[in-house]
Design a protein around this ligand. Structure first.
Ligand SMILES: NC(=O)c1ccc[n+]([C@@H]2O[C@H](COP(=O)([O-])OP(=O)(O)OC[C@H]3O[C@@H](n4cnc5c(N)ncnc54)[C@H](O)[C@@H]3O)[C@@H](O)[C@H]2O)c1
Length: 269
């Protein structure tokens, strides 16, 4: 998600700093951006010159202090509450006072993340969809303390990146994953109970409901670990057993079958 966000920001003309924890991860992210820009050029949706200048606007590294002068930081680390709060606390100390700190979290409370900083009015959810260069929506999540000016600035940035921003309040799963993930979980339960094979489950939802991708293939794309994190947030936050993660989902995550990113999920890649 991080490289996708860096790509759309650079293509919109912003100077971008892309940071990961290891050089090899930074290189992998940059490689994904190069591949994606190359595809846009070959489909004549972008000129080679524009792709080159977008790439030239991205500075990379492993030192988070490189973010200190940014106007907007979009965090996209794994969906683990303690990791997000520690990064936000660090960014709060590193960044200039006016910097807006946004999280691409799929489900973690923005108000809780904001409490790790001294600037809760400048903390907001900026939830891009996967794959970022293609999907139009940015779900903007206002925490309890998010100011109107922060919301307006993030809406403007999202629109500059060619996205449509829609705002909601902070609640477990926000709007998108409150509705989407229980459906993905139900598809996994349907598979677990032997109701149908993966291809049939996905085919029925694609052909019957006009979904562009089936729920099991979508779970593979999102990452089974991320879907499990979201189901746990919904289960804990809303306190209803209808959100309990499917045992097959828990088992596959334990086995390291996380979907596309590990080469094995409900399908093999
Ligand atoms: N996968 C999706 O479809 C999707 C969609 C929308 C939002 N999200 C959210 O985006 C976030 C990232 O998800 P992902 O699927 O890209 O995860 P991922 O595991 O593929 O990537 C996370 C990246 O963060 C890096 N990282 C870990 N600790 C870091 C640190 N301290 N500083 C900088 N980088 C660090 C990792 O090395 C890795 O490259 C999560 O919050 C997730 O919920 C995911």
């Amino acid at each position: 998600m991080g490289n996708g966000i860096a790509q759309v920001a650079a293509c919109a003309g912003y100077d971008v700093v892309m940071v990961d924890i290891k050089d090899e991860y930074v290189e992998k992210g940059l490689g994904t951006i190069q591949f994606s820009l190359g595809k846009l050029v070959s489909k004549e949706r972008m000129t080679q010159e524009d792709a080159d200048s977008a790439l030239a606007r991205i500075v990379t590294g492993t030192d988070r202090s490189a973010c200190s002068d940014c106007d907007l930081v979009v965090e996209a680390v794994p969906e683990i509450l303690e990791l997000k709060t520690s990064i936000f606390s660090e960014l709060d100390g590193l960044c200039k006072p006016e910097t807006i700190l946004a999280s691409n979290t799929s489900s973690i409370s923005i108000s809780t993340i904001a409490k790790a900083t001294q600037r809760p009015d400048k903390v907001i959810g900026m939830h891009f969809m996967n794959p970022v260069p293609i999907m139009k929506l940015v779900e903007v999540i206002n925490g309890e303390a998010t100011s109107e000016s922060t919301n307006a600035a993030v809406n403007e940035a999202a629109e500059t990146m060619g996205k449509i921003a829609l705002s909601c309040n902070d609640a477990p799963g926000f709007v998108s994953n409150r509705i989407l993930c229980p459906m993905l979980n139900e598809a996994i339960l349907t598979l677990q109970e032997g109701v149908a094979e993966p291809e049939a489950i996905d085919g029925i939802m694609k052909l019957g409901m006009n979904h562009p991708i089936g729920p099991l293939a979508l779970t593979d794309l999102i990452g089974l670990d991320t879907v499990l994190h979201i189901m746990n947030v919904l289960h804990d936050g809303l306190g209803d057993d209808k959100y309990a993660p499917a045992p097959l989902l828990i088992q596959m995550v334990d086995e390291g079958k996380l979907g596309r990113k590990t080469g094995q999920g409900f399908y093999t890649y």
